[in-house]
Design a protein around this ligand. Structure first.
Ligand SMILES: [Zn+2]
Length: 436
């Protein structure tokens, strides 16, 4: 009885975004500052037993950068263990097949979602707030399943930028006059928009804070990086990305992106939300090696990028004749009937994308962690060189060929098993994605 009354009391103190900010996330002409957002996250962390708030370091302007860990209360009690498992599987040092499978069975899928890296792309920041609210307040079976099966790392990517951009936009008292034009300075103190190009050298404090969590502390199996906007006439540009993909990456990472991309677009289509474009429908690729998303690929993480339209000021989706005929890039294009949309619609889109990301995270819990274990750096190199060797043999690759010779059989066995389990689990779980 005491527990019940305590939990209901906690639930009552969870503030909605409207109660805290004075507006719903996605309302026209409204942006939240980082000061307001940080205060909100602290309130949520104090009231919800589904959260653990982490301060991952100071920004260049001295603000505290947060990462809110969200999972079920039971999982949070064992958070250190799940973190240890994720680290062990990623580093793959001294693990046998059986040990890796045992760890994968015990562990939870770790999923990273960030927002606000490019601060003028305001949907990214605000989906982070809305996603936090949805994950801590909802009690439906899908949300409970997500909480039970995943550890979610919701990380703010650029606090200084949000503070600057939102204050600049909201300085105008008349809502209809608000604009992001003529921003007075860079929204990251030194790099501005190039804060996304800093992940190969990590000069900036925000990059270092994020890199420490991604590549030292947590090694998430899935990471999701938000941007805007995609090509004119689309609503959302997402995975998979255009060919040719970067063939340095292990093919399982590449097809992992495909698998999650398929789940995302399928969920959109089920919910009658047109405008998702992929593959050759947009310019985004896996080739820039220094971005927040693309550096994760070198660590065998399934790094996702979406580019969505929207913002606080309502805008039109233009009619682009070349996009009106459905094709493999855009199976469900925006048509004239779609009309005018504003940021509220795009926030809903991101909510859907969140679900679509989470569900495969559940489905792939077993296999992704296992796949990552199978792809030690030497294995990855051996496979690439193995393909190369069939065409051309040179002296310089002999040492690596030796590695390949030693590891080919167990690697192939492991990959086959993981692919087989992946297929079965995904097929079973995708049925759950159809909303009732
Ligand atoms: Zn961007």
């Amino acid at each position: 009885m005491v527990l019940v009354s305590v939990s209901s009391a906690l639930a009552q103190t969870l503030p909605s975004p409207r109660e805290h900010f004075g507006f719903n996330i996605g309302d026209d002409y409204q942006l939240a500052t980082y000061t307001q957002t940080e205060a909100y996250v602290k309130k949520i962390a104090a009231a919800s037993d589904r959260t653990k708030l982490m301060d991952i370091g100071l920004t260049e302007e001295g603000r505290h950068q947060f990462m809110l860990i969200v999972s079920s209360p039971e999982n949070l009690k064992k958070l250190a263990r799940y973190q240890e498992i994720s680290q062990k599987l990623a580093r793959a040092e001294g693990l046998t097949d059986d040990q890796a499978r045992t760890l994968a069975n015990e562990g939870k899928a770790v999923v990273w979602i960030d927002g606000g890296l490019h601060a003028t792309e305001t949907v990214g920041t605000h989906q982070l707030i809305e996603t936090i609210w949805q994950l801590v307040s909802r009690k439906d079976p899908e949300t409970m399943r997500i909480l039970d099966n995943t550890v979610i790392l919701l990380t703010h990517a650029n606090p200084d930028g949000q503070e600057l951009v939102s204050n600049w936009y909201m300085r105008e008292p008349k809502p209809e006059k608000r604009s992001l034009d003529n921003l007075p300075r860079l929204y990251e103190k030194y790099a501005g928009h190039d804060n996304n190009r800093d992940f190969f050298i990590m000069n900036l404090k925000e990059t270092q804070n994020i890199g420490r969590q991604l590549f030292v502390e947590w090694f998430p199996q899935i990471m999701y990086n938000h941007h805007q906007a995609g090509p004119a006439g689309s609503i959302l540009a997402g995975p998979p990305y255009r060919d040719p993909f970067n063939y340095v990456f292990d093919p399982l990472m590449v097809t992992g992106i495909d698998a999650l991309g398929a789940a995302m677009i399928n969920r959109m289509n089920v919910e009658n939300k047109p405008g998702y474009t992929r593959l050759g429908g947009s310019v985004f690729s896996t080739w820039y090696n220094g971005g927040l998303r693309t550096t994760t690929h070198f660590h065998n993480m399934i790094g996702l990028l979406t580019e969505i339209v929207g913002g606080p000021t309502p805008e039109d989706i233009p009619l682009v004749p070349s996009r009106l005929i459905p094709n493999g890039n855009t199976p469900f294009p925006v048509t004239l009937k779609s009309g005018i949309i504003g940021s509220r619609l795009t926030t809903r889109y991101h909510s859907t994308t969140r679900c679509s990301t989470m569900l495969p995270a559940i489905a792939t819990n077993y296999c992704l962690t296992f796949i990552r274990w199978a792809k030690t750096p030497s294995n990855g190199v051996a496979r690439i060189i193995g393909g190369f060797r069939r065409r051309k043999s040179t002296r310089s690759i002999r040492p690596i060929r030796q590695i390949q010779k030693n590891q080919r059989r167990p690697l192939q066995t492991r990959l086959w098993r993981s692919l087989a389990s992946f297929h079965v689990v995904v097929v079973c779980r995708l049925n759950i994605m159809i909303p009732s």
